[in-house]
Design a protein around this ligand. Structure first.
Ligand SMILES: NC(=O)C1=CN([C@@H]2O[C@H](COP(=O)(O)OP(=O)(O)OC[C@H]3O[C@@H](n4cnc5c(N)ncnc54)[C@H](OP(=O)(O)O)[C@@H]3O)[C@@H](O)[C@H]2O)[C@@H](O)CC1
Ligand SMILES: Nc1ncnc2c1ncn2[C@@H]1O[C@H](COP(=O)(O)OP(=O)(O)O)[C@@H](O)[C@H]1O
Ligand SMILES: [Mg+2]
Length: 286
């Protein structure tokens, strides 16, 4: 297993070109947050916005729209039961994030099927939380897209059929190969299975063991894969590394880390990590 280092941040987080606009940095559509789990999709959306995605739209239960706008005016809202609107927002996205707080009832399943029916192969699709549980329970086929799963160990057990105690690198990789997807297996020292390599995250803290921490990671993976779309899987690795690097820093002075604190720290953290700008050679001296 290859250990991730902070080098991945400097590789992926590039200075923004002067000649750019919000469209340059990708569109993220997030789908989730039923009446009970609105916080999950708001945390994921906050992470996507704070990662620097150009445009973020949140498809959620109508009852969450006021809280979403109050917390995060940068995000747009759509009702996740409006199939046509969700279909067009999914089709237009660089990255779709589905699952945080989606729930696992009939409505949740209907919404998930609508998302899967409208993604295309060139798009990134982050499948998290309830969407993983529903896929496993309902034996849904994985849609054709660049799929990134972000399961915790129980969600991975449901999806892969591998019991938590038996989740070895070899067994996990065999399932990854069958799925042909990137798998971010979240735990203390998260493992990331890409097409070619298994990475281990050597940082992170039990101060992160609070509800909403994974929802925040899903939103960051969404934001990074949209903003740094040319970097492919490296954008996923950078999001995973940044999430825990920020948490470690906050945990120096706090007993626990609140998920939204990671998101709020992202803009200044990313500024510190951005790669040095290319030197401009000025020709008038020679
Ligand atoms: N504020 C909000 O709106 C929030 C909304 N949320 C949303 O809730 C939805 C359900 O997600 P979920 O993760 O809470 O529940 P589920 O998938 O049933 O898994 C829990 C079961 O698995 C077991 N378990 C064993 N190992 C484990 C491990 N390593 N990591 C985690 N669990 C492990 C565990 O064992 P136990 O803790 O009981 O010992 C328990 O039996 C999802 O959409 C999510 O986005 C949450 O994000 C919270 C904040
Ligand atoms: N002991 C720990 N050490 C490091 N990271 C942890 C620890 N416990 C949990 N985490 C991190 O917290 C997140 C939990 O994800 P998840 O269980 O999906 O949370 P939620 O669904 O409540 O948002 C993952 O990123 C995981 O790696
Ligand atoms: Mg989760």
């Amino acid at each position: 297993m290859k250990k991730l280092t902070d080098q991945i941040l400097h590789e992926v987080i590039q200075p923004r070109p002067d000649n750019s606009f919000k469209g340059t940095f990708g569109k993220v559509t997030l789908v989730g947050g039923n009446r009970n789990f609105g916080g999950a999709i708001i945390m994921a959306s906050t992470a996507a916005v704070c990662s620097g995605a150009g445009l973020v739209t949140t498809c959620t239960d109508q009852s969450n729209s006021g809280a979403l706008h109050a917390q995060l005016p940068e995000a747009m809202f759509a009702d996740f039961t409006d199939d046509q609107q969700v279909a067009s927002l999914v089709s237009a996205a660089t990255t779709v994030v589905v699952g945080p707080g989606l729930g696992d009832d009939e409505t949740s399943l209907h919404i998930l099927k609508n998302v899967f029916a409208n993604v295309s192969p060139a798009q990134n699709l982050v499948i998290d939380g309830s969407a993983i549980t529903l896929m496993a329970r309902e034996k849904l086929s994985q849609p054709k897209a660049n799929v990134i799963y972000t399961p915790h160990e129980m969600e991975w057990q449901r999806l892969s059929g591998i019991k938590i105690g038996d989740q070895t690198e070899e067994k996990n990789r065999a399932v990854r190969d069958r799925l042909d997807a990137t798998v971010v297996l979240k735990k203390h020292h998260t493992e990331i299975y890409t097409a070619t390599t298994t990475y281990q995250l050597p940082i992170g803290t039990p101060a992160q063991a609070v509800g909403g921490m994974g929802d925040t990671l899903a939103g960051m993976v969404g934001g990074f894969t949209a903003e740094f779309k040319d970097q492919g899987t490296k954008a996923v690795l950078a999001a995973v590394y940044a999430h825990s690097a920020i948490a470690d820093k906050i945990a120096e002075s706090q007993y626990i880390v609140l998920p939204h604190q990671i998101s709020r720290a992202l803009p200044s953290f990313m500024k510190k990590m951005e790669a040095a700008p290319q030197e401009h050679h000025i020709g008038f001296l020679n």
